[in-house]
Design a binder for this molecule. Structure first.
Ligand code: BGC
Length: 430
């Protein structure tokens, strides 16, 4: 599979997952709660904040020509209205290192984490948040906009809606279990409802102490339809600011997209799911320069809803079905409605067996190549992730990386897949 010379082949990271010590963020605060949902705190992560040059050189050495990373709002504006010039300087250095090493920097302005203060003010359900976001974006673009060509405003703008759907499904399953189980607080599955309730109350009290609100509306908290509109508004406000300050920049957002497949009888459910995941964002992204497509697997649906992975299917460490064909399918589906450029901003696999990562990348890129051959304007492919990193609530247990990291010594150990991915850029048509 050969791509054009200007096709981006790169890798992606997010600030909180790799930099370390993102102490002013909402996630950091949650990771350190006594009643935390996180398996472990992010701590020093991969110390990418200090070692970004080494990491960028590794990418360039392997042949990659693009690096997608995020600028951390909580570092730039650790207190409301207090902007840190030296943090912007840090990201200017990262951008410079990319350019010196022949990598196109593709910057994301919000990748799940927000400053803690924003959550105390109502977070992603507050009418004020789009304005705060646009103010931060303005500061960043005024500072480093000249040096950028591609900016993603918000990573996976639809994540809160997806989390809300999962939470609803989970509640329904719990209710069904309770109805069929005992009534003394210990239902099937070894659930202890009394303890869960007590924990929940204690967590609420703790959140109140830490954030000043009992219900924290972080970016990835279950989103209400109104909150979903605010996310779209934040994107549009950021886009307007970017276009005013640096009109040369290509702007877009990214979406988490499953390859939703309808089994006989599941057509209506599949159409509804796709509407929720993708189509209803069309008005918000109309006029964007590109759309960031992020895909990891497929979801099959029948008349009852989404189905478990097929029996005997190969699973990734995330328990997703190994199904790299999903990417090509999703790109084709998106291209029916969105006519702008598509950029694969994330696609990857958590596995300990790097040969499966290689197989995944090869199959996924085969799919991308097929889409391009059909005339779909796909501009690049960013593998998730450059290195093994902090997979949010699951801590460091997932291994998506092209590079392994010994977190005690912070030594980088490139995996064969890094070279395989880089080769696609090396052999691209000159
Ligand atoms: C997110 C990443 C995450 C990855 C793997 C995406 O939803 O943007 O932050 O690590 O999936 O789960």
């Amino acid at each position: 599979m050969q791509f054009e010379r200007d096709f981006f082949i790169g890798a992606a990271t997010a600030a909180h997952q790799v930099e370390g010590n993102n102490i002013h963020s909402d996630y950091w605060a949650q990771e350190h709660m006594a009643h935390t949902d996180f398996l472990e705190p992010s701590g020093d992560a991969d110390d990418h904040y200090n070692r970004y040059e080494e990491d960028i050189r590794l990418m360039a050495g392997a042949g990659l020509n693009a690096y997608r990373f995020s600028i951390e709002w909580a570092r730039i504006e650790p207190e409301e209205g207090k902007f840190e010039e030296k943090e912007l300087e840090h990201y200017r250095d990262v951008i410079r290192a990319c350019r010196e090493n022949g990598l196109e920097p593709i910057v994301t302005l919000l990748h799940f984490t927000s400053p803690k203060w924003l959550i105390s003010k109502g977070g992603w359900e507050s009418e004020e948040t789009p304005g705060y976001f646009a103010r931060y974006v303005r500061y960043v673009i005024e500072g480093v906009g000249k040096e950028l060509n591609y900016v993603c405003t918000i990573n996976e703008a639809n994540m809160g809606v997806q989390v809300a759907a999962i939470a609803k499904r989970y509640m329904r399953q719990m209710q069904a279990k309770m109805q069929s189980g005992k009534t003394d607080g210990t239902v099937q599955m070894g659930l202890n409802l009394e303890k869960m309730m007590a924990n929940q109350q204690a967590a609420e009290k703790e959140r109140m102490e830490i954030f000043g609100v009992a219900k924290t509306e972080c970016f990835t908290s279950p989103r209400t339809p109104h909150g979903d509109e605010l996310v779209a508004e934040a994107h549009k406000a950021a886009r307007a600011a970017i276009r005013e300050i640096a009109p040369h920049i290509q702007v877009g957002l990214t979406l988490s997209l499953h390859d939703i497949q309808a089994l006989p009888g599941g057509e209506e459910n599949a159409a509804k799911e796709w509407e929720e995941e993708f189509t209803h964002y069309l008005p918000a992204i109309e006029g964007d320069d590109f759309l960031g497509v992020q895909n990891y697997t497929r979801t099959r649906m029948d008349a009852s809803g989404s189905l478990p992975v097929p029996e005997g299917a190969e699973l990734t460490r995330m328990d997703y079905e190994f199904y790299p064909e999903a990417l090509g399918h999703v790109i084709r589906k998106v291209a029916r409605d969105f006519k702008g450029t598509l950029l694969v901003t994330e696609n990857g696999i958590a596995t300990d067996d790097d040969s499966r990562r290689v197989a995944f990348i090869e199959a996924a890129l085969e799919g991308v190549g097929g889409c391009i051959a059909e005339g779909i304007p796909v501009k690049g492919y960013m593998y998730w992730s450059l290195m093994d990193n902090f997979e949010w609530q699951k801590g460091y247990s997932m291994r998506f990386g092209l590079i392994a990291v010994d977190r005690k010594s912070q030594k980088r150990i490139p995996k064969p897949s890094l070279g395989v991915l880089g080769n696609y850029a090396k052999i691209s048509r000159r």
